[in-house]
Design a protein around this ligand. Structure first.
Ligand code: C2G
Length: 135
């Protein structure tokens, strides 16, 4: 067994899973040896946005867990538990898209924090707009 495997952790909702999500996870995985993904729970989404995601947490989690470069997933139950999750999964790197730049800098004392450029011209809301325009 290889020692000192680098563990990458990222968080997201991954609703209507799309190409931007895929590229983010693919690039995150390349930064280390193992990728752990925290999927925000339905309840957490409701607290944040006052609405539930279109796909439920089971569906969202199942899709992300089935990706070949994702090692393990867990449900993110609270925004205040980030530190707990980073410690629990012994993360070496926390990765987020650059829409979160600066928001997770407080964790730099625990691990490396990397903000990756978002994939342009795609998002869950943009996809919904495409569907509305086309049908
Ligand atoms: N993302 C991206 N390119 C896009 C769309 C999203 O790189 N075109 C990235 C986001 O920056 C994020 C990840 O994909 O790092 C997941 O995106 P969302 O599902 O929108 O996640 P979000 O609702 O921002 O949840 O505790 C933090 C939250 O769980 C983050």
């Amino acid at each position: 067994m290889q020692l000192n495997r680098k563990r990458v952790l990222t968080f997201g909702t991954f609703d209507l899973f799309h190409f931007g999500h895929l590229k983010l996870l693919e690039r995150a995985a390349k930064l280390g040896d193992e990728l752990f993904v925290g999927i925000s729970s339905d309840k957490l989404n409701f607290l944040k946005k006052n609405r539930f995601p279109i796909m439920n947490e089971y569906e969202r989690a199942h899709i992300v867990a089935s990706l070949k470069f994702v090692n393990s997933i867990f449900l993110e139950e609270s925004l205040d538990l980030k530190k707990t999750y980073l410690l629990r999964y012994e993360a070496d790197i926390l990765v987020m898209g650059d829409d979160w730049t600066g928001k997770f800098d407080e964790f730099k004392e625990l691990c490396e924090v990397v903000y990756l450029p978002r994939t342009r011209d795609i998002s869950t809301s943009e996809l919904l707009q495409r569907i509305k325009n086309d049908f």
